[in-house]
Design a protein around this ligand. Structure first.
Ligand code: SF4
Ligand code: SF4
Length: 349
């Protein structure tokens, strides 16, 4: 398999601007039950239609966004929460708070690998978690080592981020936390690709860095995870930004932090090579990693010349001309194709 470092090829520099924007005027919770709860006061971390609320305030009305109904909650900026549990931090309590912990940490799991690599070359969410959340990450890893009986925990980082985590080893008392450095190529941040790169055995498990912070928030802090990093970046912008935002806010609320320098641009969700095109009024959920705002390039495709390049780069070792369920929609086959054939992705949301 031919490995390509897209960040290097497209000269994409790390985002420099990071901001926490955690005081939205309004959040939008998807309606599923249809209950009429207008004018109800709701607390942060309470649950409506399966969603833990990121703020406290009154439900003021319902709105339709892209044919979906949402409760609008007006923020009272008090962050009032009724969640005051103080159970001891043992395995039973932890698995009650996060039921899938038991599935991840089965009794045979002795080594934990933490994926700290962003999936798209334009997105820097985990880069800023590594940079800003060292204490929380180390704290959580130490708890996991003790409660889950782990022999070792590896932070898996790409070589250019190695210096970001030098302090991790200096600031922990455990010698079971280790670094695992891998070369940067696309899409090494994808869990399936990384698992195969690491060649994990049955006693090892790979989890995402965001999951470690979820454990920190839900178990160590006894709150719900109601915020996340998103990146707005791309070649149509003066400069990209990574923002920590509340879930269930509107993406358009954050466009004031960027400057678009092109008139003809497209907004692509999560994956710059083949993600769907979206509108800026979309609501931020946990699946949104960021949007890439790129210049529209009008490229005419021409017939396949059977050069085999797409085949050569496919990280899942499948033939992109005959994609099957193993395809991870990375879009690398699109990127290398000299005939500009789009083998994957590209639908509109
Ligand atoms: S076929 Fe799928 S996995 Fe392979 S390069 Fe194309 S998008 Fe990626
Ligand atoms: S890279 Fe493009 S032109 Fe070459 S074999 Fe694949 S689809 Fe055909």
């Amino acid at each position: 398999m031919k490995k390509i470092d897209i960040q290097k090829e497209l000269n994409i520099k790390p985002v420099k601007i990071y901001k926490e924007v955690l005081d939205p005027d309004m959040v939008y919770i998807p309606v599923s039950s249809g209950a009429n709860i207008n004018n109800t006061y709701v607390y942060k971390d309470s649950v409506i239609d399966g969603v833990s609320l990121p703020i406290s305030g009154f439900i003021v009305n319902k709105v339709l966004i892209k044919n979906r109904e949402y409760y609008c909650i007006s923020n009272d900026f008090k962050e009032l929460s009724l969640n005051q549990t103080r159970e001891p931090l043992n395995r039973d309590y932890m698995t009650t708070r996060l039921p899938n912990l038991d599935k991840i940490f089965t009794s045979n799991i002795k080594s934990l690998y933490i994926n700290t690599i962003d999936q798209d070359p334009y997105i820097f969410n985990k880069y800023f978690m590594l940079k800003n959340d060292a204490e929380k990450i180390i704290n959580t890893i130490e708890i996991l080592i003790n409660t889950m009986n782990l022999d070792s925990v590896y932070l898996v980082v790409v070589s250019q981020n190695e210096e970001l985590i030098s302090e991790y080893l200096n600031n922990t008392t455990t010698n079971r936390l280790k670094l695992k450095i891998v070369n940067n190529y696309y899409p090494i941040g994808n869990p399936k690709v990384l698992e195969s790169e690491l060649n994990l055995d049955s006693n090892s498990k790979l989890v995402d860095l965001e999951y470690i912070l979820k454990i920190y928030k839900t178990i160590l802090k006894r709150q719900s995870l109601t915020e996340k990093n998103i990146t707005i970046n791309g070649n149509a912008l003066e400069e990209g930004v990574t923002l920590k935002v509340k879930l269930y806010t509107k993406l358009s609320d954050y466009f004031k932090y960027i400057k678009i320098k092109e008139s003809n641009y497209e907004i692509i969700l999560n994956n710059s090579l083949c993600g769907p095109k979206v509108r800026e009024d979309m609501i931020i959920t946990s699946n949104l990693e960021g949007v890439i705002i790129n210049k529209v390039v009008d490229e005419e495709s021409s017939p396949c010349i059977y050069c085999g390049l797409c085949n050569l780069v496919c990280p899942m070792h499948i033939n992109p001309l005959k994609r099957n369920s193993k395809c991870i929609n990375c879009g690398l086959c699109n990127f290398v194709c000299p005939s500009k054939i789009r083998n994957s992705g590209d639908s509109n949301e």
